[in-house]
Write a protein that binds this ligand. Sequence first.
Ligand code: SF4
Length: 217
Amino acid sequence: MRLMQRVIRCVLDHAGADMGVIVKMNMHDGFRRGMQRAECLEVARELERLGVHALVLSAGFVSKAPMEVMRGAMPLKTMAHYMDMRKFWWLKALVRVFGRIMVPTVPFKEAYFLEDALEFRRAVKLSLIYVGGLTSLAKMEEVLGAGFQGLQVARALVHDTEFVNKLRTGEKTCSSCGHSNYCIGRMYTLEMMCHHCAKNLPKKLSSEVESLEKRWR
Ligand code: SF4
């Protein structure tokens, strides 16, 4: 907490009066001995007291509880396929053999962090930005109606960069993202990209994505 206080005071000083300072923080880390919700609520209250302008409420821990953050499937063949053999041969072998144990899946549901985020909404008055599993216009409106001032969307935009414009024009009301997480499986070695945009996808990867989409959609 002391380190955070020093950093935030310094950032606020340098930002001056005409720049918003937004902090992205965890509501819980998702693993034993990580930060839990009660501690994170204390952090949020302190950030409000220090004078930041908004919080983005996330959760999980990519290296320790990755699917707590992402939700849905983890395409292990994809992940192993894109790892650099020269640097990570040992990790590649581990993922192939023990991937299911190393990266347990956590079911996807729309707005999967909403229950946690509502707890933060009740605890602080500053602006809050919701992130986590937003794929439909109806859910976005529900979240905004519940007192959040902004929304963050990632995979629905990775899937279709025009998604927000399509919501605006009424061309779409829901993302067609299938939660296969192919994009996540490759993001540690390549740029993040939806399998719909990736060229020359090897057959074993396209079959994996298709079967995961059938299971998780
Ligand atoms: S690869 Fe595409 S469809 Fe699959 S989760 Fe990522 S963005 Fe969604």
